[in-house]
Design a protein around this ligand. Sequence first.
Ligand SMILES: Nc1nc2c(ncn2[C@@H]2O[C@H](COP(=O)(O)OP(=O)(O)OP(=O)(O)O)[C@@H](O)[C@H]2O)c(=O)[nH]1
Length: 382
Amino acid sequence: MAFDPPTLLTLTIAIAAAAAMYLLIEWRSARDSALPCWAAGFATITIGSSLSLLRAYGYFTVGIWLANGLLIFAHWMFLLGVIRFVGGQASRSWALLPLVWSLLLLLPEGPESSRLYLIVNSLLVGAVSLRASALLRLEPDLATVGTRQLHYVLMVHGAFYMAKAAITLLPGTLIDLSVFRGVIIRVSLVEGVMAILLIALSMTGTVRYRRESLIKRLAESDPLTSLYNRRGFEVRARRSLTNASADNPGALLLVDIDHFKLANDLHGHAAGDFLLVTLSDLARQILPEGALKTRLGGDEFAFLLNDTSAQQIQRVGDELRERFSEVAAKAFITPHPVTLSLGATLFSHPPKDLTALLEQSDRALYEAKRNGRDRLEVLAND
Ligand SMILES: Nc1nc2c(ncn2[C@@H]2O[C@H](COP(=O)(O)OP(=O)(O)OP(=O)(O)O)[C@@H](O)[C@H]2O)c(=O)[nH]1
């Protein structure tokens, strides 16, 4: 089966239209602001490729100038989508693209104009694609399989267009845009079909991976305090428990707000929420880096520390208690002071299991409550 230019263009039109529809449908559920830009890019390719077919009927301005201009615009929409995806700002210099392209209208018709059209078109598409690819070279903790795939696909696509510009510059290269003559134009049409397929697949993959990691993050975090919830705690705690040793002791600190119900009942639910957020903010400020911070539920929190000591636990616990009761006393008047009770377990080898460790810290916490609240009790797990 011969892949003549009209067949390849028709394939491009069909795939680009399907990609635009697919990305728009994805947008209805993912609501990622990159998706409408990418869908608009593919819709533009559909229109541009349809107009390209008109050059066979002698409509050169529409079939060549406008169609190739739309190809540049489509890639710019892809770039804009990438900018939105990574949360950046579009540079104003890209506004020069239509101006540069409009200047080509001054060229007389003929093979040399075809060459210049192709060179300018290739350089602009290549530059825009390479810029989008560069923006997707993300830090390892932000990159996903999807972003890496899109980064490489756009890089190869951009490099192809840059190479196309260089080859077109060589003397003797046959190019006639008016009838799609010349190896470069034909190879470019084949590359176009493959590129839009790969770009569309990587774009949907990129958004899907991000949505999945967002869902996972939401499932493992507490919406009020943004700390981990019990589920997130269980997943992460198991990993850090296995690292405990005599040289790297760990500690589990359970924290419960005293007379929390009083603050809630006397000053409303918002007052209770304020206390919960205050405690989580203090935990972020006071606990050492790398500590696992969790709201287990209600007014109970769990903090898991690595490479710690009895002295550090005492210091952290005292600072949490003092600063929390200071804020609570300033914020609300209650018949009994709203303070913190803390129960900690120190362990110098991996505990039997997480449940046993939680139960032990819970016993320490109970002791703190029984001994009058607003205090820390520590148990050693040896
Ligand atoms: N504001 C607010 N209240 C909550 C939330 N989740 C649970 N609670 C309330 O937390 C209270 C639990 O309080 P307890 O720990 O049983 O009572 P307490 O007064 O702290 O008792 P002690 O710990 O013995 O001092 C209940 O009134 C729940 O309604 C929440 O997300 N926001």
